[in-house]
Design a protein around this ligand. Structure first.
Ligand code: NCD
Ligand code: ZN
Length: 344
């Protein structure tokens, strides 16, 4: 049987929620990954070191003891985050970044930032203390077309940040456009990007052709095929600026299959298998390990993992749903066949 052995990956962008949802999803990730950057968009958001410590403990308690898994915590940037908050975060051993959500951009972003320039002293503190800033890069103006929101964020906001803070380490999260790829490629080595499995595997037809398919709806929204091709090229190029971040964002099935369904794809159940699918389609399985297991750790200045995982080339069927207490969580590719399977 064909197999593929890799250094264990990490997930550099992950939503795990709390309570019953956390108990279901965290062990899917812990089976696959050694570490994950945990998104702070809870309700209320994780905005200070104490809250992050409590959240980290809740995650550790929900993780099965058979796994050696480390949640890497992130603080949610609000209009009130001060340079002093940044200093405290930098001094803690377990906070690895701040996350910028433009207010209204996505799930639980209402407490996000409304006026970026007003926060420049706080961002200057991140640059000074060398704490990475993770960015949901979409403008939120009502009149801007949803398919243009990432490009306009880059043109109007990110370029400003880059100009004012040339030494700030930035991760442009879940990039979805050729514009974002071009920007990151031409920027300094302080700027990197994560890419999700759904943006490598699908274009916007997946949401809209043959009926509305809510389980492909995430933010930033899937774009047209030319953008998907640019993302595949970037991910499989061996350029260390691009690395794995699933943006696995679980919502109960009934909240997505809804007249106002929420944004997020659940992919953590098959993190490495989904990327293997995309890299194999591109004829670039030899580039998977760098993307999944090396470049993110290097960017965050953490040691690379040493444990190995093995994938087998064997078909398996994705469940129609996972259970969250008595309710359902529909995974990306529910009921479909995946061609790579993680051993163990
Ligand atoms: C995320 C969520 O549900 O928390 N949703 C999504 O579509 N990606 C939020 C986010 O990362 O935008
Ligand atoms: Zn996210």
């Amino acid at each position: 049987m064909q197999t593929l052995t890799l250094t264990q990956p990490d997930d550099w962008h992950l939503h795990v929620r709390t309570g019953d949802m956390l108990k279901t999803v965290i062990n899917h990730t812990a089976r696959q990954c050694a570490r994950a950057i945990i998104m702070p968009n809870l309700q209320p958001p994780v905005t200070n070191v104490e809250q992050a410590q409590h959240y980290q403990q809740e995650i550790q308690q929900a993780t099965d003891s058979q796994y050696d898994f480390t949640p890497l915590m992130v603080l949610y940037l609000t209009n009130e985050t001060s340079p002093e908050d940044v200093k405290k975060a930098a001094e803690s051993s377990f906070i690895h970044a701040f996350k910028l959500y433009p207010a209204g951009a996505t799930t639980n972003s209402a407490q996000g930032v409304t006026n970026l320039p007003a926060l420049f002293p706080t961002i200057a503190a991140m640059e000074k203390h060398d704490v990475p800033l993770l960015i949901h890069g979409e403008v939120t103006d009502a009149e801007i077309d949803i398919f243009d929101r990432e490009r306009l964020f880059i043109e109007t906001k990110l370029s400003l940040l880059q100009k004012h803070f040339p030494n700030l380490r930035i991760v442009l999260e879940h990039v979805t456009t050729k514009d974002a790829v071009d920007f990151v490629e031409s920027a300094s080595d302080k700027i990197a990007a994560t890419i999700t499995p759904q943006h490598l595997l699908y274009n916007r037809n997946a949401i809209l052709v043959g009926g509305i398919k809510p389980h492909y709806y995430c933010l930033p929204i899937l774009k047209r095929e030319s953008h998907r091709l640019a993302l595949v090229k970037a991910a499989t190029s061996g350029n260390p600026k691009f690395f794995l971040g699933t943006d696995s964002a679980p919502h109960l099935s009934h909240l997505k299959e809804n007249s106002c369904g929420c944004a997020g794809c659940y992919s953590a159940y098959a993190t490495i298998e989904l990327y293997a699918e995309a890299f194999e389609q591109a004829g670039a399985l030899n580039k998977l390990e760098g993307f999944a297991s090396f470049y993110g750790a290097d960017f965050y200045r953490l040691p690379r993992n040493t444990r190995k995982i093995t994938l087998e080339k064997t078909d398996w069927q994705v469940p129609d749903h996972y259970l969250v207490a008595e309710q359902q969580l529909t995974p990306l590719k529910a009921g479909e066949t995946l061609h790579w399977k993680l051993q163990g």
